[in-house]
Design a protein around this ligand. Structure first.
Ligand code: ATP
Ligand code: MG
Length: 321
């Protein structure tokens, strides 16, 4: 079963001893089977918070508002048991640090057998056969031998492949990869991008790729959401974002050096100024304090959603259709 995903007016805040951190504010996002969605933005802008909320895996200090529906079902209305089933069967998150996905004292094979706990119809031998096939599919040679390895015996790139294989073993309708290449060197990064491209061709579910690497997003995605300080400031088809960006933040990101988004960057180019303090987000546009096009309403009035085409939206007072 694969279905469409829609989050409406989604907000997440973290309760901390120093007050509430408003990590995500009023985000709308949707995705349909067969689409690859990119989420891009500077460190701390809320990318992981967004995808963790979509996967229903937020930590205990998070408070969530708004709705998330998958296949027309409102996830908040499901009881905990059905949410767990949905998470196991349908929604898989490959997290930012592949090491945290594994238990260091169990072999890869044993862990991947456990990942299939929802498949009551399969015996252990059948589960191991599925694992070997899946490891082969993500490009791991001598899969049988690798299954007996412990996580620390694998390279970073291999662990990331195993994490992707583990996610695919559940046949998810929604596969989320949070910074799948950040922890890797350039060669490994190229291999993982190649793998994701291959999967893209075969896989008919939704893929969401989080990255601060504009080149990865441009290469892999159909549509892109650009985030700034907990909000989506612009979204559209990949061509619209890379060749007709309208939000001053997206333009600033790309303008730092247009050639560089083809290269590997360890972080996004820097725009003068710093991210607002998320314990006290500004009342108007979040980008206004850094924006060279800010004018009177920007500091106090929330910007409108300006529709530039059927699929291209910018949230900005200075943008006209
Ligand atoms: P990066 O690119 O560095 O991975 P990100 O865009 O994924 O960043 P998030 O990890 O979603 O950003 O963090 C958004 C904001 O929420 C940050 O200010 C972060 O410090 C804060 N935050 C994240 N997790 C928690 C938590 N469990 N408790 C409190 N604050 C948190
Ligand atoms: Mg993150």
């Amino acid at each position: 079963m694969s279905g469409s995903l829609a989050a409406r007016d989604l907000s997440v805040r973290y309760e901390t001893p120093h007050g509430s951190v408003y990590a995500l504010r009023h985000v709308d996002i949707e995705a349909h089977p067969g689409e690859v969605i990119g989420i891009v933005g500077e460190s701390g802008c809320g990318k992981s918070t967004l995808v963790t909320a979509l996967a229903n895996l937020l930590p205990a200090n998070a408070r969530i508002d708004g709705s998330i529906s998958y296949n027309g079902v409102d996830l908040a209305k499901l009881d905990a048991h059905r949410q767990r089933l949905l998470r196991g069967d349908e929604i898989a998150l490959v997290s930012q640090d592949p090491m945290t996905a594994f238990n260091p004292v169990l072999t890869i094979g044993d862990q991947l057998v456990d990942f299939q706990h929802h498949r009551k119809d399969l015996g252990r031998a059948q589960k191991r056969a599925r694992i070997a096939a899946m490891l082969g599919r993500v490009g791991i040679a001598d899969a049988e031998r690798r299954m007996d390895c412990y996580p620390h015996e694998l390279s970073g790139g291999m662990r990331q492949r195993v994490a992707i294989a583990a996610a695919l073993l559940t046949d998810p309708g929604l596969l989320i990869a949070d910074e799948p290449t950040t922890a890797l060197d350039v060669t490994m990064e190229a291999q993982i991008i190649h793998l994701l491209r291959e999967l893209r061709r075969e896989y008919n579910g939704i893929v969401i790729v989080v990255s601060h690497h504009l080149g990865v997003i441009a290469e892999l995605c159909d549509r892109v959401y650009v985030m700034y300080a907990g909000e989506v400031v612009e979204d559209g088809e990949v061509d619209a974002i890379f060749h007709d960006a309208r939000h001053p933040y997206t333009q600033a990101l790309l303008a730092c050096d247009p050639a560089r988004f083809q290269e590997r960057l360890d972080r996004l180019p820097t725009i003068p100024g710093s991210l607002p303090n998320l314990t006290q987000p500004p009342s108007g546009c979040v980008y206004a304090p850094r924006c060279d096009r800010a004018f009177a309403p920007c500091g106090s009035v929330v910007p409108p959603r300006v529709k530039l085409s059927a699929s291209h939206i910018a949230r900005c007072h200075a943008v006209t259709p």
